[in-house]
Design a protein around this ligand. Structure first.
Ligand code: HEC
Length: 155
């Protein structure tokens, strides 16, 4: 075989191997994620009905007394400091990326002079994810999309 043909075949084989590797890598990163392929940025899973229904129970038990049974916030929260804000689309919860929201739930804001209790040690990480996924599931489609974009920008 001529040298040029050997080189061409070698390059071809390398190309096939590369395509195969990319295909495998892409398949792996999507494994176990039912929403793989859909443009869903962030950590919350508002379309995971099982997770969301668990989150709804946790919300009713641990959050509703302050943030309101319908996510409406404590009366007067807009004008008075220290009151629990709404988690529906009228609040500012959706202005923050997932990582920040989960951090507020985990660590609270008491150390920063706020009144949100820390849930670390009270709820598991999975339960915090469930409750925030439930909250996101209640936002209108447009707000959810805006929040996806905020997550994408946050990296
Ligand atoms: C004792 C009342 C209280 C309870 C219970 C409570 N929160 Fe809060 N939460 C607050 C207050 C007050 C704030 C406003 C932050 C501040 O004052 O610093 C807040 C803020 C937040 C924020 C940030 C919102 C934003 O727009 O920045 C998130 C997210 C949040 N709470 C989630 C939860 C979740 C989830 C639960 C239940 C697991 C919960 N909270 C339970 C009082 C509460």
């Amino acid at each position: 075989m001529e040298l040029s043909r050997v080189v061409t075949l070698g390059a071809l084989a390398a190309g096939v191997a590369l395509v195969g590797w990319i295909w495998l890598a892409a398949g792996q990163s999507g494994a176990g994620r039912p929403d793989a392929g859909m443009a869903q940025a962030g950590l919350l899973r508002p379309d995971d009905t099982e997770l969301v229904s668990r989150g709804a129970e946790i919300y009713a038990r641990a959050c509703a007394n302050c943030h309101g049974a319908r996510l409406e916030g404590q009366p007067g929260w807009r004008t008075r400091r220290g009151l629990a804000p709404a988690h529906d689309e009228t609040g500012h919860t959706w202005h923050h990326p997932d990582g920040m929201l989960l951090r507020v739930v985990r660590e609270g804001t008491v150390r920063m002079g706020g009144a949100m209790p820390a849930f670390k040690g009270v709820l598991t990480e999975e339960e915090m994810l469930a409750v925030m996924s439930f909250i996101k599931s209640r936002w209108p489609r447009k707000v959810r999309e805006a929040h996806d974009a905020i997550n994408a920008r946050a990296g």
